[in-house]
Design a binder for this molecule. Structure first.
Ligand code: TIU
Length: 220
């Protein structure tokens, strides 16, 4: 077991049974002209975590530990997107409508690609998820169980939406989760802080949180 200094107490993980999950680091959320911007958000904040997230991915790659990338993505005919989700938001550009990077949040469109600095390598898992959480309608739980994965390290965007939902869903399925605090970001700094506090409160009611430096130090 490797032990990481973390909140609310050290996080122990077994190498070989631990995967990194990078949530939705796609152009839709991180670059101007995507879905995040269409919702009225300033996307610049999210770009700042790319170098740390790249280093985190590099740490897992160097050790041949499993790396999983997710994308929030809908089928071109939007048959996997509830009408209630399409209707949300004040912005006139909605899911499926054309933006400057193609149709918003639609599989295969330019905006739906992972940002180039974090692009998946062959052999890494790429999960298109129609929900905020990574398990809904993806088959990921079965695939992880098949690999014997018990521990998940989380990064990506946004902290309080897709990352938090995924970490909570993982917790309910029995995974031990660690959130890397400088490899996740929100459009709202106060929501990021509140999420980290909520996840780790009450003795780690959902899981653990630590900066990348703590993981790096532990792994050696
Ligand atoms: N809007 C927002 O903060 N997030 C999302 O819609 N999806 C993800 O978090 N990936």
């Amino acid at each position: 077991m490797i032990q990481v200094k973390a909140e609310p107490y050290p996080y122990s993980f077994p190498p070989g049974q631990t995967a990194l999950v990078v949530i939705d680091m796609q152009r839709d959320f991180v670059e101007p002209g995507g879905f995040g911007a269409a919702l009225g958000n300033d996307v610049a904040r999210l770009q700042a975590i790319i170098p740390t997230t790249a280093a985190l991915i590099g740490l897992f790659r160097d050790r041949n530990w499993l790396v999983i990338h997710t994308r929030e993505a809908h089928l071109a005919d939007l048959s996997d997107c509830p009408p209630s989700k399409i209707a949300r938001g004040d912005a006139s550009p909605r899911i499926g409508k054309a933006g400057s990077m193609g149709r918003l949040l639609v599989r295969g469109e330019p905006g739906n690609q992972i940002v180039p600095d974090l692009a998946p390598l062959p052999g890494e898992w790429e999960i298109d998820k129609p929900g905020k959480g990574m398990f809904w309608s993806t088959g990921l739980h079965e695939a992880l169980r098949g690999m014997g994965i018990t521990h998940l390290v989380f990064a990506g965007v946004t902290t309080e939406v897709c990352v938090q939902t995924s970490m909570r869903e993982a917790n309910d399925r029995g995974y031990e989760g660690l959130l890397i605090t400088d490899a996740t970001e929100s459009y709202f700094p106060e929501f990021k802080a509140a999420t980290i506090a909520m996840l780790t409160a009450q003795g780690g009611i959902v899981g653990w949180a630590a900066p990348f430096s703590a993981l790096k130090e532990a792994v050696g």
